[in-house]
Design a protein around this ligand. Structure first.
Ligand code: G3P
Ligand code: CA
Length: 326
C-alpha cells in the first residue's frame, strides 16, 4: 500500500460517496484520486449468479428500476437484485440514494439526476481499479462486503463462493496486502476461512442488535472479551459501528470511549469502524476533524470507513499518526 507501515488506513465507503452516487465507477475513480488506501465494494448477486457492486439487496433506492421494470416488484413492493439478470441490471441507471419518500437521503450531495451512471459487476470494478492503479502508479486495495449471505442461501445462491471465484479469475485471491473480505455474518466468515480456505484477511462487522441484520449472531456478545476471543479464531479484525466506540461526551465535555478497541487489539484484531460522514456527525461532535481526532488519536483505531476519503487522507497527512513510520 502507499501508506507508511502501520499508519491507519482510509477506506472509501462505497467510493467517494459523499460526492458522487455510491458504488458507481465514478465514485471509485474519485476516491482513488483522493488517495484512499482501500475502495469498498458491497456485493449482492443477480439471478444468474453474477456478483454486482450494490449496497442493498433491493434496487429501487439507488437505481431507476421502478421506471424501467414497473411490473417486477415483489408483493412487498421491493425490487430485488436477485430477480434480475445481469443483462437487465446493465440497463439500469444508478443515482444518488433516496429515502422511502423518494427524496435524496443526503440533500446536499450529488443531485438525483442526470442518469449517466451504471451498476458495475465486481469483475468490472476490479478491472477498473487495476487500470487506475496502473495509470496512477499506486496500489489500491479492495474491501469487499458480502451482503446478506443467508438471504442469498434462501434464494439458492452461495455469495461467498461466487465472490471468491471472481477474485481467482482476476488474480486477487492471494493478495493478502490488497484485499479484505468483510461480513456481518460470523458463519459466512467461518465458511470462508475453514471450508473455502481463503488466505485473505477477514473482518467481522458488528451491527447494533436492533438493526435486524440478516444473521443470528449476537452483536452484544461479540463486543465482549469472550466474543472477541471467538472472533480472533477466524477473523483478522472487526468493523464496528462508530457509536460502539464513541459513547458520547460527559458533562465536563470529555470524551467517553468504550474498551472495544483495546479488547480487540489485545487479541491481534485490527479495528476499522464505520461510517465517518462529514455531513452526519454524531451527537456532541462539533466538526469532522474532531471526530477523526477522537478515533485516530484517542481511540487508536487501525483504519476507518468514510464517505469523504479526501478529508480523512488530508487529516492524516496534516496530523500524522504516532504509529506512522518516519
Ligand atoms: O462495511 C462497513 C460498513 O459499510 C457497514 O455498513 O451498511 O454501509 O454496508 P453499510
Ligand atoms: Ca459495507
Amino acid at each position: 500500500m502507499t501508506t507508511a507501515a502501520n499508519s491507519p488506513i482510509v477506506i472509501a465507503h462505497r467510493g467517494a460517496s459523499g460526492y458522487l452516487p455510491e458504488h458507481t465507477l465514478a465514485a471509485k475513480a474519485l476516491a482513488h484520486a483522493m488517495g484512499a488506501d482501500y475502495l469498498e465494494q458491497d456485493v449482492v448477486l443477480t439471478r444468474d449468479g453474477v456478483p454486482i457492486v450494490l449496497h442493498d439487496i433491493h434496487l429501487e433506492s439507488t437505481t431507476d428500476v421502478a421506471a424501467r421494470f414497473p411490473d417486477r416488484a415483489r408483493q412487498d413492493g421491493r425490487y430485488y437484485a436477485i430477480d434480475f439478470s445481469i443483462a437487465e441490471i446493465r440497463t439500469l441507471r444508478a443515482h444518488e440514494r433516496t429515502g422511502p419518500d423518494g427524496n435524496a437521503a443526503f440533500p446536499n450531495r450529488f443531485p438525483l439526476g442526470p442518469g449517466l451512471l451504471t451498476v458495475p459487476t465486481l469483475a468490472e470494478e476490479i478491472d477498473f481499479i487495476s487500470g487506475l492503479d496502473h495509470s496512477r502508479g499506486r496500489k489500491t486495495g479492495l474491501y469487499i462486503e458480502l451482503k446478506a449471505p443467508n438471504f442469498h442461501l434462501r434464494e439458492g445462491q452461495d455469495i461467498a463462493r461466487r465472490v471468491l471465484e471472481v477474485l481467482v479469475e482476476k488474480g486477487y485471491d492471494q493478495r493478502r496486502d490488497q484485499v479484505f473480505l468483510q461480513c456481518f455474518d460470523d458463519a459466512t466468515l467461518r465458511y470462508l476461512r475453514n471450508t473455502l480456505q481463503t488466505p485473505l484477511p477477514l473482518i467481522q462487522l458488528i451491527a447494533d442488535s436492533n438493526w435486524g441484520e440478516d444473521s443470528a449472531v449476537d452483536y452484544d456478545f461479540l463486543q465482549t472479551a469472550a466474543g472477541l476471543d471467538a472472533v480472533a479464531g477466524y477473523a483478522d479484525g472487526i468493523g464496528p459501528w462508530l457509536m460502539q466506540i464513541y459513547r458520547g461526551k460527559r458533562a465536563d465535555g470529555s470524551v467517553e470511549l468504550s474498551d472495544l478497541v483495546a479488547l480487540a487489539q489485545e487479541r491481534g484484531l485490527q479495528v476499522h469502524p464505520y461510517t465517518f460522514r462529514a455531513d452526519q456527525l454524531p451527537e456532541g461532535i462539533e466538526s469532522f476533524e474532531e471526530l477523526l481526532d477522537i478515533f485516530l488519536h484517542q481511540a487508536g483505531v487501525d483504519g476507518l470507513f468514510t464517505d469523504f476519503p479526501d478529508l480523512a487522507s488530508n487529516y492524516l497527512l496534516q496530523h500524522p499518526d504516532n504509529r506512522t513510520s518516519p
